[in-house]
Structure formats: C-alpha cells, structure tokens
Design a protein around this ligand. Structure first.
Ligand code: DSN
Length: 478
C-alpha cells in the first residue's frame, strides 16, 4: 500500500470518527503527534505496522465466536474460523509449538488460561478419574468439595516482582498469589543474576505444581533447559511467560537453551511488545495441554476478539520474515549499546549490563527516586517507566530504578550511535534533577526540580534523531 493511500485512509477514518465524537478524533491525532515527537523507551511498548493497525479496525469486532475453530457456540463464524486458524498456524510454525491458542486478550489473560489449564490437567483430570466421573457436573457434593479443596492446595514458584518477575507470577496481591500457595525466587544479591542452584534448592523444598520462568524487568537471558531440568526433578509443570522477549524468540536471537518453547510445557506471551503486533496474548502448549488450553474461553476469557486475532495473524506473518529477524537482532544489539552508553558515563545498571532488550538503571547514585527520574525524563520528552530494583528500599511505587527498552526506537531505525546518544541525554537529565520537598518541608520521593534549560536542550537533541528516523514515514494526516 502506498504512503498516499495510507494517509488518505487514516484521514478519512478520522473524519468519520470526528463527525461523531471530535474529542476522540483529536486525541487520536494528538497521540500520533506525541509518539512521533518523544523518545519511547518503555520496554514493553513498540510501534505496530500500518497493516496490523488497519486490521484491528474492522467489523470482525461485531462478531461473537465463543468456542474454538469449527466448534462454536454461535452460528455464522466461518470467517472467524479462518482468522483464528491462520493466526494459530503462523504461531505454531513461527515458534515451533505443537499447539497455539490465540484468543487471550492480554498477557494476564494468557497466564490465567495457562494456570487453569495446568490445574485442569494435573488436578481436575486425575480426580475425576478417581471418582469415575466425566466432568464436574457428575460429582456428588462431597466429591466436589474434595476437588475444590485439592485446587486450594496447589503450589506455584515464580520470580519475585523486585527481581524482575511479573505480578502474575505469584505476587501475593495478584490473583496468582491467591489461587496458589506461592513462594518466590529472587536473584543473587551480589550479582543480580538468577542463581539456578538456589532456585533448585527452593524448588526441592517447596515442591511446586507450577514453576514459572520469565520476567518483565530482568535484563538477562534465561537457560530454559536448566529450568526444565529443575521442574522435572520436582515433578513441576514448567510455564514460561515470554511476553517481553517473544520478538527475540521469533527473530531467532534466543535459540537452543534460550528458546523457551521446546523446553516449557506451556509458554505464554503478549503479542504487542518485542513481537510488534496488536495488543493481546497467546498460549503455546505441548500437545498434552491443548484440550485444556482450548477451554480458556469461557473459563476465564470473554468471547474472542476476532478483529484482534486477525491483527495477530498479520503481525505473526510479518514476524516470519527475514526483515523481522534483522530487527530482533538489532533490538538486542541496541540494548548493549544503550547499556555501554550508561556504563561509560558512570551510571549503575542492575546486573551490570544486558543481553536482552532492556536495561534496568539504578538511579540511587543520582540521589533521586525512580519516580522523580521518570517524571524529569518525561519533561525532557523521554518516555520511560520507573521500576523496582532488587530489594528496593523505595518499594514498588516510588522505586529506585528506571526500566528502558529498545524495541520501539529500533523499529524507528535507531542504531548504535543513537542509543549511545540516548544514554547521554538520560544521564544529562538525571544529573540535573534534584529531589524536592513535601508540603510540610520534608524530603519527598515524588517532587523534584529539573535545572532550567535542560528539558529544552534534551528535546532539541532528540528532535534531530527523531526527524532522521520518522515514525510511520509518509503517513500525513490531513
Ligand atoms: N505492563 C507490562 C510491562 O510493562 O512489562 C507487563 O504487564
């Protein structure tokens, strides 16, 4: 599709939207302007292609399709069947997975589908067999109570939030920490790296049903073969949440022991982070879990979002190209350039560097909190998110870190020199940010002052790079 065609299509779409609710059309235009003019370094964000974006806005949104391909609870799902089958086929082939379920609406939903599938396969199934029942409706009240109690006894071991794990990996305030008896593993206090021996000891002692691997803020690769070895030793199911690094798996940057799919019983992901698709989730599973994963909707999911499954199919087709492999390698190379840019300027990184798509900058040495750093950077047009560091004295709200990722700016074409310059600009902002005080005059973890002139200086320097690497080049809204 030519630039002129895309520009004309979007301009007309916004005109139609604006004729009904102008504020939404205006906000949509403004969002593009804001994304174009800022340095987006949020490790979980990206820029989907025009083909992916356009696929989301269709009448597939109007169709109910609970069930699975060829087995729906509604009539008229023949086209949704095509969409879901194509998306699943691409996912299976791209990741080498025996089975793919493309309905989850998000990563959290994908993880819930995975947890309930594991419980169904490992707990419900064996107990139904013991009771001689085909399904739970056939159980007596007493048998049902026994099964419910069994669900309540199951254990999950996942990476702690402050070590870089995700909320859904057994963090107590999350439902995953409530539906399972949970314990969490962390990282080595000296190196910040995963300690597989300590993890093995914990797994031996705790004997979990589910061992969860994966992260949202750990800047290193994981040895999934070793994770599977630990899971097998204690009879656990290995579930890997690859939401953050799915693009690096798809792009064959993570292969062998670093590719989770052949090692995990179940792998979950989002589709919109490094994979660069639409917002959504997926579950990849070994064959033995396929039947249970298929019950995700309506077990924990509402009706599938067919327009999003269509966009997942388009994004997965893109991810199968050589161009995507080149992109994925650049994401990892650029993260190294960013890390080196910080280290050469004396900044502190958790684990001392990166070998994936993100770096975790410890801002303690600048005398500010993560929250103050995040706000000051935003003033200078740099969009990041604050993040806990291991054993963070400032907790999960104020934090002592800032998480920075390369997927989005790599999509814009940033390379080594630009990421080195980005590190320089970030250090410039943080060196010129001072903690503020509370209304009562005490030290504040939120308020701050940024030296006059710094924000403009950094924005000018960024503008030059952003202009050289435009977002959606050729997309010109009327
Ligand atoms: N919100 C995602 C992230 O930023 O990592 C994870 O849920």
């Amino acid at each position: 599709m030519s630039d002129a065609t895309i520009s004309s299509a979007y301009s007309q779409i916004l005109e139609v939207i604006g004729s009904v609710e102008p504020r939404i059309a205006d906000a949509t235009r403004q969002e593009l302007a804001d994304q174009r003019s800022s340095l987006k370094l949020i490790a979980s964000e990206n820029y989907a292609s025009p083909a992916v974006l356009l696929t989301m806005g269709s009448w597939f949104s109007d169709k109910y399709a609970e069930g699975t391909v060829g087995h729906r609870f509604y009539a008229g799902c023949q086209n949704v069947d095509t969409v879901e089958a194509v998306a699943a086929e691409h996912a299976r082939e791209l990741f080498g997975a025996p089975y793919a379920y493309v309905q989850p609406h998000s990563g959290i939903d994908a993880n819930l589908v995975a947890y309930w599938s594991i419980l169904a396969h490992k707990v419900e199934g064996p107990w139904l067999q013991k009771f001689g029942a085909k399904n739970v409706n056939e159980l007596s009240e007493q048998e049902w109570e026994t099964l419910r109690a069994e669900f309540g006894h199951q254990r999950l071991l996942g990476m702690s939030l402050d070590a870089g794990g995700h909320l859904t990996h057994g963090f107590r305030p999350n439902i995953s920490g409530k539906m399972f008896h949970q314990q969490q593993y962390g990282t080595d206090p000296e190196t910040g790296l995963l300690d597989y021996d300590a993890l093995r000891d914990k797994a031996r002692e705790f004997q979990p049903l589910v061992l969860v691997a994966g992260y949202s803020a750990y800047p290193r690769r994981i040895d999934f073969a070793k994770m599977r070895e630990i899971a097998d030793e204690v009879g656990a199911v290995l579930m890997v949440d690859m939401a953050h690094f799915a693009g690096l798996v798809a792009g064959k940057v993570f292969t062998g022991d670093e590719d989770p799919v052949p090692h995990a019983h179940i792998t979950t992901t989002t589709t919109h982070k490094s994979l660069r698709g639409p917002r959504g989730g997926m579950v990849l599973a070994q064959e033995e879990f396929a039947g249970d994963v298929d019950r995700g909707c309506p077990m924990v999911l509402g009706g599938p979002l067919s327009h999003m499954m269509a966009a997942k199919a388009v994004a997965l087709a893109e991810a199968r190209t050589d161009a995507f492999r080149t992109y994925a390698q650049s994401v990892a190379d650029n993260a190294k350039s960013l890390a080196e840019g910080f280290l050469s300027r004396g900044a502190t990184l958790v684990t001392g560097g990166t070998d994936n798509h993100l770096v975790l900058l410890d801002v303690t040495s600048f005398g500010i909190t993560g929250r103050q750093a995040e706000s000051a950077l935003l003033d200078a047009g740099i969009v990041t998110n604050r993040n806990s560091v291991p054993a963070d004295p400032n907790g999960a709200w104020y934090t002592s870190g800032v998480r920075l990722g390369t997927p989005a700016l790599t999509t814009r074409g940033f390379g080594h020199d630009e990421f080195d310059r980005v590190a320089e600009l970030i250090v410039d902002v943080l060196q010129n940010t001072a903690p503020g005080t509370t209304k009562a005059g005490g030290p504040s973890k939120a308020s701050y002052t940024l030296e006059d002139g710094v924000a403009d200086r950094v924005k000018d320097a960024s503008a030059d790079m952003l202009e050289r690497h435009p977002l959606y080049p050729g997309l010109d809204l009327a």
